[in-house]
Design a protein around this ligand. Structure first.
Ligand code: GLU
Length: 464
């Protein structure tokens, strides 16, 4: 059974890179009818916050990346890590090291001065025939992993190919601090092992941890997972994606009016491909997704493409759902959505025109607020030439059948009676009813409103 995990450190939002990692790990599990595990790596007590945990859970929920197990919190698993350390001390794969931080600093300085790479020199590492120094009184030791000294540690990374590191490049990693708390790499190893992770899919900023983690896993007699290190995501400008690029938190895309399915579809193509397919649903993605078609080179973010996908999904989303999403946006702006005009009808008519939910909310908002069209637009379209046709239209409104075709016929009749062309009446109607020069077909817009509301909005010229 395939078991994957997403293991964020709760030190900030769920950002785009993290979301892409989560998506790939989730899709791989789904593709193989496996299990997807959520693990919160919160052992860094200084940088981890409950707000960040919540932000990650919110982001995952918004994207619909549901986990099958967890969330597991590393801070709640301390006794497990300690038990494994005890075992390793017993079997000799770990040992106490009494070197003080000051001694370690001195050693590093000496090594640097001698042009050497600073590293722990193994002075407390037990070896056959070696006499260890007497432990100093009052010094709490750290626990170090006994890293193999010869040979190489290697793995076939599913994305990067074969990676090999000589063991003599690695010193003996501290796995527990002097206060007994386990260190980051060690917790990851114990968790991946005990959670039965078969595929570790993560960002390639962790590639340097992998040889150390593999050595510890081997010392524990654990079966090694396969590793897939995803290359980083660059911003539109080709620089490493960072806060400078604006919307780095997934939830900011929600604020900006993107649909989660557009963001997911976009992320799916960020470093993975299936022929030329650009638009696909998540079930389709899960069916197609494999780790073999992940590009090893960095993926570049492209806001234009995300916007294009978002507009595509907006057009295809059922009206009822869009109406709910737009309604909550309008509410947040303090705009009350009345029963008439019907928000669903407005959205049906307008959803082709908006690139995101906020634009759709802008378009819908004018139907519910007290409208004050701009003076310059009124001056431009309500002219001595057009006003008689408008008055004619208003006169005939009370008797017209309330549907777009009849309204359209009335508009045509009113302009014809005054020897004008359609736009001469369509434009004043647009401006008076919506405040905008651009709308869908004007008869359809008129028909959205209740008749009395149209009469009220059109009565505007009479009031001046
Ligand atoms: N907690 C790590 C991070 O948020 C991920 C560790 C892993 O996937 O192994 O970057």
């Amino acid at each position: 059974m395939i078991r994957t995990r997403f293991a964020p450190s709760p030190t900030g939002f769920l950002h785009i890179g993290g979301a892409r990692t989560a998506l790939f790990a989730w899709a791989y599990a789904r593709h193989h009818a496996g299990r997807f595990i959520l693990r919160i790596e919160d052992t860094d007590l200084v940088r981890s916050t409950p707000e960040a945990v919540q932000a990650i859970l919110d982001g995952m929920r918004w994207l619909g990346l549901t986990h099958d197990e967890g969330p597991f919190y590393q801070t709640q698993r301390m006794s497990r890590y300690r038990a494994v350390i005890e075992e390793m001390l017993l079997t000799g794969s770990a040992y106490p090291c009494y070197m003080t931080p000051a001694e370690l600093d001195r050693l590093r300085e000496e090594q640097r001065a001698a042009g050497l790479k600073p590293r722990y020199d193994g002075r407390w590492r037990p070896e056959p025939g070696k006499t260890l120094p007497t432990p100093p009184v009052g010094v709490q030791p750290v626990i170090r992993f006994r890293n193999p000294t010869d040979g190489v540690v290697a793995w076939d990374d599913i994305v990067k190919g074969r990676v090999e590191i000589a063991n003599d490049e690695l010193d003996d990693l501290v796995i527990a601090r002097a206060d007994g708390t386990p260190t980051y790499n060690f917790c990851v190893v114990v968790d991946d092992w005990e959670m039965g992770i078969t595929h570790v899919i993560r960002g390639d900023d962790h590639v340097n941890n992998t040889p150390r983690q593999i050595n510890i896993l081997q010392a524990l007699g654990a079966q090694l997972p396969r590793y897939a290190h995803l290359s980083m995501i660059l911003g539109d400008d080709g620089q490493k994606l960072s806060k400078r690029h604006g919307a780095v938190s997934v939830m900011q895309y929600d604020d900006e009016g993107y649909l989660p399915e557009a963001v997911l579809n976009y992320l799916a193509r960020l470093g993975w491909s299936h022929g030329d397919d650009e638009i696909f649903s998540m079930p389709q993605f899960c069916e197609w997704f494999d780790l073999d078609h992940i590009t090893p080179s960095a993926a570049q973010f492209n806001t234009e493409k995300l916007n294009w996908l978002n507009a595509h999904y907006l057009k295809r989303t059922e009206t009822a759902r869009l109406a709910d999403l737009v309604q909550s946006r309008l509410q947040a702006r303090g705009v009350t959505v009345a029963a008439a005009p019907s928000l669903a009808a407005i959205i049906d008519l307008y959803k082709e025109r908006a690139a995101n939910l906020n634009e759709l909310a802008d378009l819908a908002e004018v139907f519910y607020i007290e409208l004050h069209p701009k003076a310059e637009l009124l001056a431009k379209y309500l002219t001595p030439e057009t006003l008689p046709a408008l008055a004619d239209f208003i006169d005939h409104l009370p008797a017209v059948a309330w549907e777009a075709a009849a309204i359209s016929a009335l508009i045509k009749a009113s302009v014809a009676r005054h020897g004008l062309k359609m736009p001469k009446l369509a434009m004043p109607l647009r401006v008076l009813l919506t405040g905008l020069e651009q709308t869908p077909s004007v008869d359809a817009v008129v028909a959205l409103f209740p008749r009395e509301m149209v009469l009220k909005r059109l009565a505007w010229p009479a009031k001046t």
